[in-house]
Structures are given as C-alpha cells and as structure tokens.
Design a binder for this molecule. Structure first.
Ligand SMILES: Nc1ncnc2c1ncn2[C@@H]1O[C@H](COP(=O)(O)OP(=O)(O)O)[C@@H](O)[C@H]1O
Ligand SMILES: CC(=O)N[C@@H](CCC(=O)OP(=O)(O)O)C(=O)O
Length: 263
C-alpha cells in the first residue's frame, strides 16, 4: 500500500453544509494522491430529521443516542442509506471513486451491544481488514457508515467517532476526527493545541467538555493510546495537510504504554 493510510471521520452536520463538503472533498482529493484515505461518517442530524418526519422522538445518554430496536430500520436508512450515499455522490462530483460501506461489510468491524438502557447501541472492535486493504490498493475511497451488527445478527447503531477509532486500528492509520469546531476548546473558548488523559478528565469533570465532544475525546484518547500516536480533532474546513503537519486543531496525546490504561 502507498504510504501510511489516513482515516478521516466527519460528523453528520457536514451534510447540511455543501460548501464545507466541497472543501473537504477537494482536500481529500489532494491527499489521496499520496496516501490511502478512508472516510468514516456520522449523520446525527440526518437521523433526527428523519425521526421528526416520522413523528418519532429520540434522546441521548452520555452523548449516545438511545436506540430502541424498532428505530433501527430508520437509523440504518438514515446513516447507511441517505448519509452514506450523499457523501458518495459528493465524492464522485470531486473526481473520486467511492465505495459506500457499513461496519459490518466484509466483517470489517465486529460489534457487541452496550448496556441495555441504550437499546440497539453497540461498541465496535477491529474485525477483518481484507476488504478495506483490497479497496485501497485499487485506489477506491471507502466511505463507511457507523451501522454494525452483533454475533446474533442484530443491527446496532454505533457512535461514529468510536467506529472511526476502530477503523484506524484496523489499518494502523493516522486518525483525524473532523467536526464543526476548530478543535477542543477550554473554558475561555480557546482551542487547545494538545490534550492528554488527565487534562481531558479535568475538562469533562468541570463540564468544559460536554455531549458529543466528551465521546469524541474519549474515543480519541483510546485510539491514540492503542496506536501510540496522537489523534487530531479539528475542523472539516481546515487544510488536511496542515492538520496532519500539526498546524491547527487539537492533538490528543497517547497514554504511555507503561501507564495504566485510561478507560
Ligand atoms: N470543549 C469543547 N470544545 C469544542 N466543542 C465542544 C466542547 N464541549 C462540547 N462541544 C460540542 O461538541 C460538538 C462536536 O461534537 P459532536 O456534535 O458530537 O460532533 P460530530 O457530530 O461532528 O461528531 C461541538 O459542536 C460543540 O457544540
Ligand atoms: C449511538 C449513537 O449515538 N449513534 C450516532 C451515530 C451517528 C453519529 O455518530 O453521528 P455524528 O458523528 O454526526 O454525531 C447517532 O445515532 O447519532
């Protein structure tokens, strides 16, 4: 495989922002000339807009969507269907050749249900990288939604940041978690250049890091520690090469292997 792969995760709010989508795919187009790229995506706003049209309500617990099994057809349709195909179509419009996938395709990622109060929500673990490596060797751009399944065949809704960390582990890749903010902010709104385990704990305890960012920083710390390299949290409007060169965004630093695991 050419050079070291990069896994890029984008949040679902990107899909409401055509100019940001265009900027992102221009950057991916440039980056993929030199390095294999995999895109993992969320789609929280797409799920919420479909649920509202169906007069269904959903709530979150610790940043994760409580997902009754009877909601899974709609969540799956929104994430693996609408969100995935919108991104694939945008990639084609930017001269890339996407292949739309979910976590379960080719047994890429295995999943197991989290605590029962979350419903059909799972935790991901690395599975079989063969399909991804095959696609990357052929210069395809895999675009992966965060729908998985467990060993019994139950469909599961996976937080997309957690999904991306596992895809990065599968490929031993660099990981960029891109969102609608420039990075992780401190209590004064300044973007923090670096964050380590104890700093994350303090900012979560003081409610400076909340909601989806709490899930994201926890997933980033876990991935950084497993991969033993920093994970970058930044804006989807940023220049990806600059982010990879450590200019802008927040670098979440790994816990050293000799220390106790953080989670
Ligand atoms: N300390 C923080 N720094 C930056 N953003 C934060 C922080 N705490 C909470 N947030 C919120 O987290 C959001 C990003 O997380 P999330 O909505 O899950 O993004 P995505 O859908 O892109 O994964 C930001 O839009 C912001 O509202
Ligand atoms: C369990 C859980 O919370 N699943 C998420 C999956 C999508 C996601 O993570 O989307 P963003 O990246 O846009 O937040 C959800 O249903 O919203």
């Amino acid at each position: 495989m050419r050079n070291h792969p990069v896994v890029i995760k984008v949040g679902g709010a990107l899909l409401d922002n055509p100019s940001a989508t265009a900027i992102l795919f221009q950057h991916i187009n440039a980056l993929s000339a030199t390095r294999p790229v995999v895109l993992v995506h969320g789609g929280g706003p797409v799920v919420e807009s479909l649920m509202a049209k169906l007069s269904l309500t959903s709530s979150k617990l610790n940043g994760l969507r409580i997902t009754p099994d009877e909601h899974m057809p709609y969540v799956c349709g929104a994430l693996a269907g609408t969100a995935n195909k919108m991104l694939c179509a945008a990639a084609i419009a930017h001269k890339l050749t996407p292949v739309g996938l979910s976590l379960l395709d080719g047994n890429l990622v295995t999943c197991a249900g989290k605590a029962i109060e979350y419903g059909a929500v799972g935790s991901p673990a690395p599975g079989d990288s063969t399909l991804l490596k095959t696609l990357l060797v052929q210069d395809y751009l895999p675009i992966i939604s965060s729908i998985g399944s467990d060993a019994t065949g139950r469909l599961l809704n996976i937080n997309a940041d957690e999904a991306a960390t596992v895809v990065a582990q599968l490929l031993q890749a660099e990981l960029l978690l891109l969102s609608d903010v420039d990075g992780v902010m401190d209590a004064t709104g300044q973007v923090l250049a670096t964050l380590d385990h104890s700093h994350i704990e303090a900012l979560v305890s003081s409610h400076t890091i909340t909601d989806g960012m709490a899930v994201k920083t926890s997933a980033a710390l876990q991935a950084a520690t497993t991969l033993q390299r920093p994970v970058i949290i930044g804006s989807w409007q940023a220049n990806l090469s600059s982010l990879l060169a450590h200019s802008g965004g927040t670098r979440v630093m790994p816990v050293a292997p000799t220390q106790e695991p953080p989670l």
